[in-house]
Design a protein around this ligand. Structure first.
Ligand SMILES: *[C@@H]1O[C@H](CO)[C@@H](O)[C@H](O)[C@H]1NC(C)=O
Ligand SMILES: *[C@@H]1O[C@H](CO)[C@@H](O)[C@H](O)[C@H]1NC(C)=O
Ligand SMILES: *[C@@H]1O[C@H](CO)[C@@H](O)[C@H](O)[C@H]1NC(C)=O
Ligand SMILES: *[C@@H]1O[C@H](CO)[C@@H](O)[C@H](O)[C@H]1NC(C)=O
Length: 342
């Protein structure tokens, strides 16, 4: 009788599933295989919700799952048995569990459709390896990662986002050898690690580089020459003084947003006309000379309305030792400036 009820229930739910393109037999198999600890919404049958359940082990994942929610549990290992039938997985959220590097095993590499893997707030000591070539977003923030295995990203031609913030990476872990293969990388977050140098081996596709909260005190000459798409650069809370980098290192037309708050700068660095946002608050700047920091000649700004007009819209200078008022030539130069905090 209970069985009949189950069956009836599945049949009645099938009507709701019309929105998702899934054959009848697959839908039935999917709903029947739903683990008792999880929720498998019939109108969204590709998703399986097993989050916030105090789970210590992976439940058996149904075969047609694309989206798997396992965040906020106590899972220590990824059992290949539990994932055996789930060959179509595209998206796994394992944030806030207790997974160790030993616990990952090599089960990930067999997930040939996996595009998004989230493992923030676990106990990993190394970037999991091997990873599937289908991966697009990899989030590993706030683990204990100190190692990136050599060549782990080789073949990952689709990986565009790599989040490694809040780990224990030192300079020798982030190298040409360890980052090799990230040919489509757009965003890399290495904030709150233990770097004292700029990372080496970033691919030319890199657009967003986040390095806040490290111990970086130098930027080598021409560092950004190999990074022609660099647009968003965050170096807040480091140890950069004005003598730690060549004067023109940030004079790159691709850079739109430059954040250097909470460093030890004594001067405003040279910027390009293209820069739109500049954060220099909480440094040791005592004086701003508008004509010196203007990317073009201040006189030329007056009578030109073309692309050489400095694009700066937002400027923060608070927490320095600058006395108001804002020098008039700053306003003359940056005529698009909408907001200045001093
Ligand atoms: C995998 O699918 C087979 C066939 O439906 C089933 O017998 C088996 O229990 C499933 N295994 C897991 C781990 O879900
Ligand atoms: C900044 O870069 C531009 C373009 O490469 C160059 O023309 C300009 O002279 C540079 N500015 C300074 C002050 O070095
Ligand atoms: C500001 O910089 C310009 C160009 O470097 C220089 O000629 C001028 O004397 C400076 N102004 C002050 C008040 O220091
Ligand atoms: C832009 O304005 C500057 C300064 O007036 C001038 O030298 C330059 O030729 C102009 N460029 C274009 C493309 O109009």
């Amino acid at each position: 009788m209970a069985r009949l009820q189950n069956l009836l229930c599945i049949v009645c739910l099938l009507g709701l599933a019309a929105t998702q393109d899934m054959p009848y037999e697959e839908l039935a198999a999917q709903i029947q295989a739903c683990p008792k600890e999880c929720r498998c919404p019939p109108n969204f049958p590709r998703a399986v919700y097993c989050d916030n359940k105090g789970l210590k082990n992976l439940p058996k994942i149904p075969p047609y799952t694309w989206y798997l929610y396992l965040q906020n549990n106590l899972i220590e290992a990824l059992s290949s048995n539990a994932l055996q039938n789930a060959t179509q997985l595209r998206w796994i959220n394992l944030n806030r569990n207790k997974i160790t590097s030993e616990g990952v095993g090599d089960v990930l590499s067999s997930m040939t459709n996996l595009a998004h893997l989230y493992m923030d707030d676990n106990l990993l000591s190394s970037v999991p390896s091997p990873l599937p070539a289908s991966l697009e977003h990899l989030r590993l923030s706030r683990n204990r990662i100190s190692k990136i295995p050599a060549g782990v990203f080789v073949g990952l031609e689709k990986l565009s986002l790599l989040d490694l913030q809040g780990n224990k990476l030192m300079d020798d872990a982030v190298t040409e050898v360890s980052l090799k293969g990230l040919n489509s990388l757009v965003q890399i977050n290495l904030a709150k690690n233990q770097l004292s140098k700029m990372p080496l081996g970033l691919p030319p596709s890199t657009t967003q580089l986040y390095l806040d909260g490290n111990n970086i005190d130098k930027i080598p000459a021409g560092y950004f020459k190999g990074l022609p798409k660099m647009a968003f650069l965050r170096l807040n809370n480091n140890k950069l003084g004005s003598s730690g980098f060549p004067k023109d290192v940030f004079n790159r037309s691709s850079i739109l947003d430059l954040q250097l708050s909470y460093n030890q700068l004594t001067e405003v660095p040279l910027i390009s006309s293209g820069l739109e946002h500049l954060h220099l608050d909480h440094n040791k700047i005592t004086y701003v000379n508008g004509s010196k920091i203007c990317p073009v000649s201040v006189d030329a700004v007056d009578d030109s309305l073309n692309e050489s007009v400095p694009q700066l819209r937002y400027l923060r200078l608070d927490g320095n030792e600058i006395n108001p008022p804002i020098p008039r030539d700053v306003i003359t130069c940056f005529r698009f400036l909408r907001s200045i905090v001093i």
